[in-house]
Design a protein around this ligand. Structure first.
Ligand code: SAH
Length: 216
């Protein structure tokens, strides 16, 4: 699959729509303008690639809504060469947006099938990231500490292990709450033992679950 003029045109419209919805981070908007979302979609939903909605992918999971990807990417305050850990690779779209913003991306997925597929997709498109099959609740301490950590699944509480993997000044972005409603939460590490919390609106994600799933 390749990028096309038609897809590029649809992305420009999507970016305009995201601006209207309040996204102001120019680096985030530029990344969304460049990453061909249609290449991350299930073939059944290909024609909806630039509709601002979440869509099903394999293993009962979803590709996040572009607005949600834009909000999470903005809240991370990514600078070029920042080390960012993503929990919940899914389709790999959010990871590609972060790579397009110049981040060094480490991403973990608990479904082996999705981990393999996302790795293939990004590699074939020339986006370089480090992919891991595993349980994101544990993070990747051996690659940390990170400038930012983004969880793209609904967490019932802040995973303690991940807070320890943040640099001082680093930010964890996580949708926190029950299965039917989460509050986008930023936890900033302000010192070795101090954390500041802020809230950024309501969202709905698939759940963050423990353990891994190997097989179809
Ligand atoms: N960032 C993705 C969104 C995927 S949906 C995208 O842009 O497409 C959330 C993903 O989180 C799912 O693929 C789900 O399997 C994964 N997930 C849930 N709990 C997890 C955990 N504990 N560790 C790693 N991945 C997890």
């Amino acid at each position: 699959m390749t990028d096309t003029f038609e897809a590029k045109g649809k992305r420009k419209k999507l970016v305009a729509e995201l601006r209207q919805k309040g996204i102001t981070d120019e680096e985030v908007l530029r990344a969304i303008d460049t990453v061909p979302r249609h290449m991350f979609m299930d073939p059944a939903f290909l024609s909806h690639a630039y509709v601002d909605k979440a869509f099903p992918i394999t293993s009962g999971q979803t590709i996040s809504q572009p607005y949600t990807v834009a909000v999470q990417s903005s809240l991370l305050r990514v600078k070029r060469r920042d080390k960012i850990l993503e929990v919940g690779t899914g389709s790999g779209y959010q990871a590609a947006v972060l790579v397009a913003m110049g981040a060094k991306v480490y991403t973990i997925e608990r479904f082996r099938e999705l981990f393999l597929k996302a790795q293939r997709t990004l590699t074939s498109m020339g986006y370089s990231a480090d992919f891991f099959y595993g349980d994101g609740y544990e993070g990747k301490p051996q690659y940390g500490p990170f400038d930012g950590i983004v969880i793209t699944a609904a967490a019932p509480e802040v995973p303690e292990a991940l807070l320890k993997q943040l640099k001082t000044g680093g930010r964890l972005v996580v949708p926190l709450g029950s299965s039917d409603n989460q509050v986008m939460t930023v936890v900033e590490r302000t010192g070795p033992e101090t954390f500041e919390y802020s809230q950024h609106g309501n969202f709905i994600f698939v759940p963050m679950l423990k353990g891994t799933v190997n097989g179809k």
